[in-house]
Ligand binder design. Structure first.
Ligand SMILES: Cc1cc2nc3c(=O)[nH]c(=O)nc-3n(C[C@H](O)[C@H](O)[C@H](O)COP(=O)(O)O)c2cc1C
Length: 371
């Protein structure tokens, strides 16, 4: 595929990233239901584990973390959001947790937008994920195609250990100016995964078993299931379409507000032997414990910590320290000494989440027997 390089042209993407942060701070962009409420952890009246002695350390992608937490990729690509990435990087370093940055598309197209990403390199979080979009791996309307060269550039820009390739086709399809071409993305992702260490990352609509198997076959190193429960990008795009007076796209985005696979279900379905990151609707340390109990290697927070990341490094630090403390208590109260053993006491699925988990496998087998 011919690659077209540009030194300018990131402006549209830059504006869009700023819009996303603003809308996520000002509007209700959450899915109607948070499916983590359906994950029940069993209390131990005699835990024999003190919260202070709970070992939260984990090793993932060959990197040692002090706690199984990642601040998921959100932003960058504009002067105005530099502080956000700076605060996230400083806190991630201090607490020994992982971090991602938002899409680096704009900065790859326009070198003047790199500062908001390069700021991450002033700190040393133990695990940093760069970020590009899967739609950019194939030719879209703008004719620009990203490959290994751009991925390496993006990783160097933030001092990353791996690159997250985000799968955001729900967003692209309801977005006023979305990149809707999906054909060939798997092949391109497979090619990229031979060159650089890739984490495939959904952004709020979850990863099915079929997609997880395809991603494993493509050679990715891990999957962020990015499921439905928290931020839904159809909601974000709904507000952008309203601002742009695009009534068709607003209606489309509204219809798909709650589209996707609930994060807890996606964790179970995407279990194909790769490290899984659970992003999508996590609110606190109890939700991290729920995610670990269903097999996640890391729990990811995006919008749940955005307000604090915007406010100050101190606010974000307090928020993450609280999450870590909650996680310790949740593990201790289940009698779990080490975070990496949490999956040995699986959470119990209730209500709609249990139904979806059960039916997502049985409807397929029912259809098979009918034909
Ligand atoms: C303001 C904002 C911007 C985001 N931008 C990106 C992005 O550029 N790349 C990406 O992979 N995910 C992006 N995400 C998605 C998050 O990483 C995450 O998958 C999603 O928001 C679900 O997590 P949450 O419910 O904790 O917000 C963004 C999320 C937010 C809130």
């Amino acid at each position: 595929m011919k690659r077209k390089k540009r030194t300018t042209g990131g402006n549209l993407h830059e504006e869009r990233k700023v819009d996303h942060v603003k809308i996520c701070l000002e509007e209700d962009v959450a899915s109607s239901k948070n499916f983590w409420d359906d994950v029940y952890l069993v209390h131990e009246a005699l835990p024999e584990v003190d919260p202070e002695d709970v070992d939260l350390t984990v090793e993932v992608f060959g990197r040692k973390l002090a706690a199984p937490i990642i601040i998921s990729g959100m932003t960058g690509g504009s002067e105005s959001v530099t502080r956000i990435n700076e605060n996230i990087a400083a806190v991630a370093e201090e607490l020994g947790i992982a971090m991602g940055v938002g899409s680096q598309r704009a900065a790859l197209l326009d070198a003047s937008l790199r500062g908001s990403f390069k700021v991450v390199k002033e700190h040393s979080p133990p695990l940093v994920l760069a970020n590009i979009g899967a739609p950019q791996l194939v030719k879209q309307n703008d004719g620009v195609v990203f490959g290994a060269e751009e991925a390496i550039d993006a990783m160097e820009m933030v001092g990353a250990h791996l690159i997250a390739v985000h799968l955001n086709f729900l967003q692209e399809m309801v977005q006023p100016e979305g990149d809707r071409k999906t054909d060939g993305v798997w092949e391109a992702l497979k090619g990229l995964s031979q060159e650089v260490p890739v984490v495939a990352k959904e952004t709020g609509a979850g990863v099915s078993r079929k997609a997880a198997i395809m991603l494993k076959e493509a050679g990715v190193k891990g999957i962020d299931v990015g499921g439905l429960s928290g931020t839904t990008f159809s909601a974000v795009e709904y507000y952008r379409a309203l601002q742009a007076s695009d009534s068709l796209k607003a209606a489309l985005a509204r219809t798909f507000w709650d589209w996707g696979i609930p994060t807890p279900v996606s964790l179970l379905r995407a279990s194909v032997g790769l490290p899984l990151i659970a992003t999508g609707g996590l609110r606190d340390g109890l939700d991290v414990a729920r995610a670990l109990s269903l097999g996640a290697a890391l729990g990811g927070f995006a919008r749940g910590v955005l307000k604090d990341a915007v406010e100050s490094k101190e606010a974000l630090m307090v928020r993450l320290q609280t999450i870590i403390e909650e996680l310790k208590v949740a593990l201790a109260l289940q009698g779990i000494k080490r975070a990496r053993d949490a999956r040995e006491r699986p959470g119990i699925l209730l209500g709609q989440t249990a139904e979806i988990a059960k039916e997502s496998s049985s409807t397929a087998s029912l259809l098979c027997t009918m034909t």
